[in-house]
Design a protein around this ligand. Structure first.
Ligand code: ZN
Length: 307
């Protein structure tokens, strides 16, 4: 009798532990950690988090970083399930063997090249131009602008600078021009430090800049959740009308209305599909301007189908 009781108790205990365990696993499975930087280029993930908060099944845990290298490290080490990130950084990680997939664009267009008020694009030779990172579409756009003026990066001084420092560096005359994720271009214009030399679509139609990138581990272990994340992300993009984008930006980015208003003139978020044509042009530029010798192929790196 005593033995039966003991077995019964042990069973009950085991079931209780299993039950609790399952509950924990289920909760973890429904939360997806997405890394982002507080910039207008990340508004689609911010909008998505808002949509999923209202909806229920899957929850986005937004993990904010202060710089691209820190964010990249979190993605590469699997500390997050995905990120809104400069696509070239993710391409380089993929080329180095990190399991990542780009599943959507971060935004469409949305970059400008800003220069000191007195400088025109024909006068860039010998000037100092800042970019956030060599693995970026900002570096590609600078190369494109120089090429349009029969110059190359060898004719100018390229410096890497933290995005937040660029407007004040331009105002102080430490740099002569820059290209960076928004709203820091708009900020330079807004404080009177510079003017827009050109918008990205003048140099590169259907440019790719940021992408939503997910880890292979997340996609493989939680395919249904990954599908929800990607589908909702695209819905979030089409939700981001100018008014909605402004409202999400005001809520999440510590910027003035004037800066956000100007910045949002240059960007859109509908149709965030990465097409083969777009990617082929990006891969060409990445090779041409020396960012990467062997960028991953579309098939290796881009995933658009989720079942
Ligand atoms: Zn971007």
């Amino acid at each position: 009798m005593k033995r039966v009781k003991a077995i019964g108790l042990a069973l009950l205990l085991a079931l209780t532990i299993l039950g609790c365990g399952n509950k924990t696993v289920q909760n973890e499975q429904q939360t997806v950690k997405i890394a982002y930087l507080p910039i207008t280029h990340s508004l689609a993930v911010l909008e998505e988090a808002k949509l999923l908060e209202e909806n229920g099944d899957v929850e986005i845990e937004l993990v904010k970083y202060g710089s691209w290298p820190e964010l990249l490290d979190a993605l590469n080490t699997g500390n997050v399930d995905g990120a809104s990130i400069l696509i070239e950084l993710a391409m380089k990680s993929k080329a180095e063997g990190v399991g990542l997939k780009a599943v959507a664009l971060g935004h469409r267009d949305g970059n400008v090249i800003v220069a000191s008020n007195e400088i025109t694009e024909e006068e860039l030779a010998g000037k100092t131009i800042a970019i956030p990172h060599r693995q970026s579409s900002h570096y590609i756009l600078v190369n494109d602008l120089l090429a349009r003026n029969d110059l190359t990066v060898d004719d100018v001084h390229i410096v890497e600078l933290a995005p937040t420092e660029m407007p004040s560096a331009l105002a102080a005359g430490t740099i002569d021009a820059y290209c960076v994720a928004e709203p820091f271009g708009a900020m330079g214009v807004s404080i009177g430090a510079g003017h827009v030399l050109c918008e990205s679509e003048e140099l590169w139609k259907d440019s790719i800049c940021c992408g939503l990138v997910l880890t292979d581990a997340f996609i493989e272990q939680r395919p249904e959740v990954a599908k929800t994340v990607v589908d909702t992300y695209k819905t979030a993009g089409s939700n981001l009308s100018r008014d909605e984008a402004l409202s999400v930006a005001k809520e999440n980015l510590n910027q003035t209305d004037e800066v956000l208003d100007l910045s949002l003139e240059w960007i859109s978020f509908d149709d965030l599909e990465i097409t083969e044509e777009m990617y082929a042009e990006l891969a060409d530029k990445v090779k041409k301007y020396g960012l990467l010798e062997n960028p991953p192929t579309y098939e290796e790196f881009v995933k658009t189908e989720f079942e």
